[in-house]
Ligand binder design. Structure first.
Ligand code: MN
Length: 129
């Protein structure tokens, strides 16, 4: 069965390592970009099954990245899950308004993260490799 692909857009190397480790162990193919423009470019090449998006990115923040992705026809329907530290009241709504489908607060829970992520992946058709 072909692995589902997750694109991680995250600038913190430790978080990239942790998320890649957890999701790879869960059978997903993880690719990462460390800023918004690189992430959008990789998303266009890859057309991943989902995008995990850090909100606190240098330059173009995660909200801007989500809005830009939602304007691109090839990427419009890919689930985007925002991951944020220093969550403030209203951030969840802001993420949703920017086009995100889900919202996870850091620090991520290593025990439940993969299961949470899997709820946002498109279901696989039975019998399709
Ligand atoms: Mn960050």
């Amino acid at each position: 069965m072909t692995k589902q692909t997750v694109l991680l857009i995250e600038d913190n190397a430790q978080n990239v390592y942790l998320v890649t480790y957890i999701l790879s162990a869960a059978g997903l193919h993880v690719l990462s970009a460390n800023d918004g423009p690189a992430g959008i470019e990789l998303a266009l090449t890859l057309v991943p099954d989902m995008i995990l998006l850090d909100i606190q990115l240098p330059g173009m923040d995660g909200y801007d990245v989500a809005r830009a992705i939602r304007c691109l026809p090839r990427l419009r329907s890919i689930p985007i899950v925002a991951v944020t530290s220093y969550a403030m009241p209203g951030d969840r709504e802001r993420a949703r308004d920017a086009g995100c489908d889900g919202y996870i607060e850091k620090p991520i829970d290593a025990q439940t993260f993969a299961a949470t992520i899997s709820t946002f992946l498109p279901p696989r058709e039975l019998g399709v490799p």
